[in-house]
Design a binder for this molecule. Structure first.
Ligand SMILES: [Zn+2]
Length: 276
């Protein structure tokens, strides 16, 4: 245990080795993903796949940790800015950068955990499907600002989608209506309201989930598949739907036929059968 990480040695004797050899993918590197990247770097996660196809612009600067006006002026790709952020904190980290995650499946499929910080429901659906196929724990965060009586409401959630566990459909994050509505609004001008502090809360929970999966520091550690966030009262609690999901298996991912690489070919392996 290095002196640098001595304050987190309760995670276990070999915890830094585990973290240093872990590989975590972050998809979406702005408000939520930048917080996640920063925390994973401080924690000592050694291998990070940073995926985002976008570049930094002025409207990102209110919430993208590690970004500065010069990044926006130069329109730097977000993964480059996040790579710099991670390496400033942990020069020993290995950061692999990707644009569109859909075109970087080879990088993501070998991750131990994927954390999704994406805006759209369609992207969540696709990313969860991908993770289920390769049996990768998927942690999803999202926040929203909406009109309520007397002003605005900030809300959000963190979902943990484990292979064999409840999924984003079970937890009500994904619904047919939401996907349909999103498709109808596709191309609408303007971004959704976003601010830094709810992203920080949700990202912190996501990182806590990830470390809990890698290094459970307590055998009674609860990892609810849905945590809801009330950003007006600054409260987090297990999702209300969880009581109805108890003892009900996920009906959306049956397993067989949805697992593994449909394009896998044994000839792609670097394997010489004559050597046996
Ligand atoms: Zn489900």
């Amino acid at each position: 245990m290095s002196i640098r990480h001595s304050r987190q040695d309760f995670l276990g004797d070999k915890s830094q080795e585990v973290l240093a050899s872990s590989r975590i993918g972050i998809v979406g590197l702005c408000g939520g993903g930048s917080h996640v990247a920063q925390q994973l770097a401080h924690t000592g996660v050694g291998n990070i796949v940073a995926a985002d196809f976008d570049h930094v612009e002025d409207p990102n600067l209110n919430r993208m940790v590690g970004s500065c006006p010069g990044d926006a002026r130069l329109r730097r790709p977000k993964p480059h800015v996040i790579r710099d952020l991670i390496l400033r904190i942990n020069p020993e980290a290995r950061v692999e950068i990707a644009g569109r995650w859909q075109e970087s499946g080879d990088l993501l499929r070998t991750c131990d955990i994927v954390i999704g910080c994406v805006d759209s429901f369609t992207a969540r659906d696709e990313l969860e499907k991908f993770c289920r196929r390769f049996m990768i724990p998927y942690i999803d965060i999202g926040m929203d600002v909406h009109c309520v009586a007397n002003g605005f409401g900030i809300s959000g959630q963190v979902a943990l989608s484990m292979p064999g566990g409840h999924c984003l459909w079970c937890n009500g994050i994904l619904t047919t209506e939401r996907l349909k509505q999103e498709q109808q609004n596709y191309g609408a001008a303007g971004g959704k309201p976003q601010v830094i502090w709810p992203n920080g809360v949700l990202a912190s929970i996501a990182v806590g989930h990830a470390v809990s999966l890698l290094l459970p520091w307590n055998s009674d550690l609860p990892l609810p598949s849905l945590i809801q966030y009330d950003g007006n009262r600054h409260i987090t609690r297990p999702g209300a739907r969880l009581q109805f999901l108890k003892d009900v298996p996920c009906p959306h991912y049956s397993g067989e036929g949805e697992i593994g690489d449909p394009f896998f070919s044994v000839t792609s392996l670097n394997f010489d059968p004559t050597a046996c």
